[in-house]
Design a protein around this ligand. Structure first.
Ligand code: FAD
Length: 371
């Protein structure tokens, strides 16, 4: 290899180096997610964990080529320099070696990237089986507890692996087992606020009542403790396109099944179902998941509508006041039709009152569902 050939090869390497640098910068932003939740993040996850370190090592080889360029330039202008002549003598051998290495590294990168991506997506597909059992309780470790208000907390539980999913069909819930203040066993239903696109964990938002039996258990639960969970449970199962529109009547913690169904509909770009939510609480501070619900209303203004109702509203309140009435349902829910459904979930007195209102307004029993 003569000097001109060396310069040509090195020139090529410099362009490649620039390209690879730009590519790295582009792919490095945004930061790697700890738990990939969508296909773009999953691809970034594979890139960061495998492809990036390997391709970075090939960048080191390219840097060696750069050194050779400088050396070749110096040789051309300072032929007498013994040191650079020695270096130049060794460049062709080094270049051949590095070129062979680079092909091998390139091949290794390609093969490993394909294998890693395939393995990763295969493992995701495989774990779609789910982490819960309808017959037997399985234990999940509480990894994070976040207090949202004086009596509401968000609990994050780890799934068996970082790519595991809970495996809960939309519209269904889990049964959680605990001990009340007397040490007696208690089992209650809860709907996670996370979906199966949230891999590696699931979250519960729990309102803890002073006299509540399961509330006591959650109040005492600390990070590192295990929660026995069984499921899926429930008669309702949502399929995209099942209805044209949903009306949702939620009271207090009855918001969680509604939030789960609404999120699944709205985050699916192919699902055109309309969602109309009436959410009742006693005071403003009792409203659960307010930020998340308002986020849905902002992000999906054409398909999601929320109307808050408060028993004891603050001053300058623009939502509904008192209990949910027939008139509120007529104004804020889809009118009775064979392709709509009204879902309700709240404290027993509210459920009973809502059933009466819906019957009176003309919703048949097929158009109603109570969680
Ligand atoms: C499908 C489904 C999903 C649910 N998902 C969630 C969820 O994600 N998060 C959540 O926090 N809860 C959820 N719930 C409610 C949950 O199952 C329990 O009913 C709730 O946690 C209270 O249980 P407890 O044993 O603490 O209270 P209990 O011992 O049953 O009740 C004791 C006292 O607490 C008060 N109380 C209990 N429930 C209510 C209520 N709903 N409204 C007002 N006062 C009440 C009453 O004063 C009652 O007398 C869900 C319910 C259903 C049916």
């Amino acid at each position: 290899m003569n000097r001109r050939e060396v310069a040509w090869v090195v020139g090529n390497r410099i362009s490649w180096l620039r390209f690879s640098h730009v590519l790295h910068i582009a792919l490095l932003r945004p930061p790697t997610p700890s738990t990939p939740t969508n296909p773009r993040q999953q691809i970034l996850f594979v890139y960061h964990s495998l492809v990036y370190p390997i391709s970075s090592s090939s960048t080191i080889l390219i840097l060696l080529h750069l050194i050779a360029t400088v050396d070749s330039f110096i040789c051309r202008h300072f032929d007498d320099s013994c040191l650079f002549n020695i270096l130049y003598t060794h460049i062709p051998v080094a270049m051949d070696f590095l070129e062979a290495m680079e092909i091998q590294v390139g091949l290794a990168v390609a093969v490993l990237a394909v294998v890693a991506t395939a393995t990763y997506f295969y493992s995701l597909k495989k774990t779609k089986v789910g982490s819960i059992d309808p017959e037997n309780f399985k234990e999940f470790k509480l990894v994070k507890r976040t207090q949202l208000s004086h009596n509401v907390a968000r609990f994050r539980f780890a799934l068996p692996t970082p790519t595991s999913v809970l495996g809960l069909p939309i519209g269904q819930h889990i049964s959680c087992r605990g001990k009340d203040s007397q040490g007696e066993e208690v089992i209650k239903p809860y709907t996670p606020t996370t979906l199966d696109i949230d891999v590696g964990y699931f979250e519960l938002v729990i309102k803890m009542y002073p006299q509540g039996r399961m509330s006591h258990h959650f109040r005492e639960t600390r990070e590192g403790d295990y929660l026995p969970v069984r499921g899926p449970k429930g008669r309702f199962r949502y399929q995209p396109g099942q209805v044209r529109a949903f009306g949702m009547l939620a009271g207090g913690s009855g918001i969680t099944p509604m939030f789960q169904v609404a999120r699944a509909i709205l985050e699916n770009p192919k699902d055109t179902t309309q969602v109309h939510l009436i959410y009742a609480n006693v005071t403003y501070d009792d409203i659960l998941l307010k930020e998340e619900i308002d986020g849905l209303a902002t992000n999906y203004p054409d398909s999601f509508h929320v109307y808050y109702v408060l028993n004891q509203p603050p001053e300058e309140w623009t939502g509904g006041v008192g209990y949910v009435s027939k008139e509120m349902i007529q104004t804020h829910c889809p009118a009775p039709a064979s392709d709509i459904k009204i879902l309700r979930c709240g404290p027993p007195p509210m459920n009973k009152a809502m059933a009466g209102h819906l019957d009176a307004v003309g919703y048949s029993s097929e158009m109603q569902f109570q969680f």
